[in-house]
Design a protein around this ligand. Structure first.
Ligand SMILES: [Zn+2]
Length: 412
C-alpha cells in the first residue's frame, strides 16, 4: 500500500479499461437498436465532447520528488493515459509554494523550479502536452488532441514582496495566483490561521490585485480569510475565482470553504467557484477525521524532528490509518456541493477544482483520479443537468472568466 501522500487512484486506468471492454461486449451483444444509453455511457461521451478544465491539480510538487513522467505514467492521481480515459483537457498545474518559504526565503526560486518541471514534462512529450496561457490555447490543444497545462501559483509569497515579480511570472505563463496559503503572507490573511495581521488584504495586497487585473492574471480567493475575500471583491475590477473551495454549508464554521453569502456575491460579480473533491471539504465527519489526524501527525513530527516525506513519518501515517479508518465522502456529496453552488450562485458560476495530488488519500469513492470525471458527468445527468449546463460546469465558466481577465488586460 502506498502512503497517505502518494496513494494511487483506486478506480484508475485499469478500472476504466475493464469498463470500456465490458461496454463494448455489452453493445456487441445487444441486438436491440433502441436501447437507451445509460447515464454512465452518456457521461463517458460528454466528458470527451466538452472541455474539462480542472482548476487545481497539485502534480508539480509530487513531480519534484519522483522521476516519473506524467506523459507515461505516474503513481499519483494525474498522468496522460488516465487524462485521456477521463476526458481531462486542461488541468491547471498548481505551482505550490509552502508557507515555510516565507520564513526561510527562496519562495520565488521554488515557484520557478516547479514551472521548470511543468515545462520539462511538456518538452519530454510535446505530442501529448502543451503549456496553455490563453483560453484559445486550451481550445486549440483540445482540437489537436493534446492535454493543455495552464499554470497557477498557490501562495503569492512567491512574489517576495515585489510587483515586478508579477510581470516575471506572467511571462513564465502563470495565469492565476492564490493570494496566500496556510499562513498570512505580505498580501493577505489566511483562512487557516488565527493570526490576522492585515484584517483582510494588506496595502501591498491591494496593489497586487490591481496589477494582476492589469496583467490578466486571475485572482484566486481559495485559502484566504473571509475579510480578505470581501476586500478582494471590492478591489478587483475583473471577476475572481475560487480554484479549489467547496460549500461551507456542509462544513459549518470551516472558513476554508465558502459561505453561501460569499458564493452568492462571487456569482453576482461574475466569478466562479470550482468545487474541491477532498472528503474533508465535503462533510464534517471527514473534516474532523482530518483535523484529528493532523494534530497527531504534527505532534509526531515535532517530537521526532522528522519531515513529512521521511520514511518514519510515512510509517507513522500508515500505522495511524491502519488503526483509524477514514470516513470517505462519496461522489453524491460532490454533486450535493455542485447543486448548492448552482442554486446559490447560478449555473454560470460553478466549476471543478479537484485538488488531485494535493489531498493525500482522502478522495471520495468514485472520484479517485483523473480517469473518473465521466462518473461525475453521469451524476450530473442523473440529477437532471442539461448537456449545455454540464459544459459550463466542466470548463466553460472558467474559460469565460479567463477570457474576461485577458480582455481587461489587453485594454490597458
Ligand atoms: Zn490548496
Amino acid at each position: 500500500m502506498m502512503s497517505w501522500f502518494v496513494q494511487p487512484g483506486r478506480f484508475g486506468f485499469c478500472g476504466y479499461a475493464v469498463f470500456i471492454i465490458a461496454l463494448a461486449v455489452g453493445l456487441v451483444g445487444c441486438s436491440s437498436k433502441t436501447k437507451m444509453p445509460s447515464n454512465l455511457e452518456r457521461g463517458q461521451v460528454l466528458a470527451h465532447r466538452y472541455i474539462i478544465l480542472d482548476g487545481h491539480i497539485d502534480t508539480p510538487t509530487r513531480g519534484l520528488f519522483t522521476d516519473e513522467q506524467i506523459g507515461v505514467s505516474a503513481s499519483g492521481e494525474f498522468d496522460h493515459p488516465r487524462a485521456i480515459v477521463g476526458g481531462l483537457d486542461a488541468p491547471f498545474m498548481s505551482i505550490y509554494v509552502p508557507a515555510r518559504f516565507q520564513h526561510t526565503g527562496g519562495a520565488r526560486a521554488h515557484a520557478d523550479r516547479l514551472i521548470d518541471w511543468v515545462e520539462g514534462q511538456v518538452a519530454l512529450h510535446p505530442d501529448k502536452f502543451v503549456v496553455a496561457t490563453t483560453p484559445d490555447d486550451v481550445r486549440a490543444a483540445f482540437v489537436a488532441g493534446q492535454v493543455a497545462l495552464p499554470m497557477g501559483i498557490e501562495n503569492g509569497a512567491a512574489l517576495e514582496g515585489s510587483l515586478e515579480a508579477l510581470d516575471h511570472f506572467y511571462r513564465r505563463g502563470i495565469r492565476y495566483i492564490t493570494l496566500t496559503h496556510g499562513e498570512p503572507n505580505d498580501i493577505c490573511d489566511s483562512s487557516y490561521s488565527i493570526h490576522r495581521p492585515w484584517k483582510g488584504l494588506s496595502p501591498f495586497g491591494v496593489q497586487v490585485v490591481a496589477r494582476m487585473n492589469e496583467l490578466g492574471i486571475m485572482v484566486d480567493v481559495s485559502h484566504i480569510s473571509d475579510q480578505a475575500f470581501w476586500q478582494v471583491l471590492e478591489v478587483s475590477t475583473v471577476p475572481v475565482i475560487a480554484t479549489h473551495s467547496s460549500m461551507r454549508y456542509f462544513t459549518p464554521g470551516w472558513e476554508r470553504n465558502m459561505s453561501d453569502e460569499m458564493v452568492r456575491a462571487l456569482g453576482e460579480s461574475g466569478g466562479v467557484i470550482q468545487i474541491n473533491f477532498g472528503s474533508w471539504f465535503l462533510n464534517e465527519a471527514a473534516l474532523l477525521a482530518n483535523q484529528a489526524f493532523r494534530a497527531k501527525l504534527g505532534a509526531f513530527m515535532a517530537r521526532t524532528g522528522h519531515g513529512y516525506l521521511d520514511a518514519e513519518t510515512q510509517a507513522f501515517i500508515e500505522a495511524y490509518f491502519a488503526e483509524n479508518s477514514y470516513p470517505y465522502a462519496t461522489l453524491a456529496e460532490v454533486l450535493d456541493h455542485i447543486d448548492r453552488a448552482v442554486e446559490i450562485a447560478g449555473i454560470d458560476h460553478v466549476g471543478l477544482g479537484s485538488d488531485f495530488d494535493g489531498l493525500g488519500d482522502t478522495l471520495p469513492s468514485g472520484l479517485k483520479d483523473v480517469s473518473d470525471y465521466p462518473n461525475l458527468v453521469a451524476g450530473l445527468l442523473e440529477r437532471g443537468y442539461e448537456p449545455v449546463e454540464i459544459e459550463k460546469i466542466l470548463g466553460g465558466n472558467l474559460l469565460r472568466v479567463w477570457s474576461q481577465a485577458q480582455a481587461h488586460a489587453s485594454r490597458k
